[in-house]
Write a protein that binds this ligand. Sequence first.
Ligand SMILES: Nc1ncnc2c1ncn2[C@@H]1O[C@H](COP(=O)(O)OP(=O)(O)OP(=O)(O)O)[C@@H](O)[C@H]1O
Length: 271
Amino acid sequence: MPTPHAPPEPHAPPKPPEPPDQAVPPAPRTPQESVDPPRPTSLEAHGLYLSYDGFTALHDVSLTVPPAKVTALVGPNGAGKSSLFHCLAGALRPDRGRIVFGGRDITRVPAHARTRIGVARTFQQLAVFPTLTVAENVRVGAERGRVRDPAASDRALRLFELDSVRDRPAEGLPTGTLRRVELARALAGDPHVLLLDEPAAGLDTAEVAALARILRALAADGTALLVVEHDLDLVAGLADRVYVLTAGRVVASGPADQVLDPRPAPEGGPP
Ligand SMILES: Nc1ncnc2c1ncn2[C@@H]1O[C@H](COP(=O)(O)OP(=O)(O)OP(=O)(O)O)[C@@H](O)[C@H]1O
């Protein structure tokens, strides 16, 4: 039975960066590439099927996460959102179908190698290293993402307004701050694609608004973003395209204002 890979063990020290994966040539990138948009690298799922002990959790699911756009994945509990997310991140391998990144089939590429070629993710359950400082946590993300430029971590810390807490251990910081640490860590690796699993969970209204601004800025800079999110107000204001998953199938997709349940028309108005 497939199970998602566990997030990094919260109390374990970070693993050292792994050697380059010979089987997966990295997408062409340079240290300067982060300031050279656009980066036309899409992540695509084609006809994915996934089952757990005979229960089909994903049924012929296709989706595209294009560069410079925010794509959202919504649906009721148990719809298969996490299953699809794990397939895209490489933590689960689909039974059938293909995952394609920048034109290459990466279906069999494991999660850690996907991070190195530019597909970064965050976790629904916060997975920061509690004894490391905020800056050290973010540097782990830079190392995982093949970024050697120390300025990349500093940029991510600044973007998520973490400079004032950069030397504090992650342990004991508020949830909203830790969520930003996790986002900064994912971004520090200079990913082409950012997969965000409920990024607004535990954030207050002001933090959600700030998050939306940052995510829009990242998309404007060329990053492909996928957001799995229950907060439909955030999705409505953020996403360029929304996929609705129900019982393991994509039942609707399109621009947010067309796909998300519109308010009922006023009585006597047009049908
Ligand atoms: N490891 C597993 N073993 C067996 N069934 C699983 C497993 N993981 C998920 N499922 C089942 O697969 C279906 C899809 O689950 P999934 O977690 O992907 O949905 P979801 O849309 O992310 O739900 P939620 O919004 O509640 O997180 C559900 O019916 C769930 O019970």
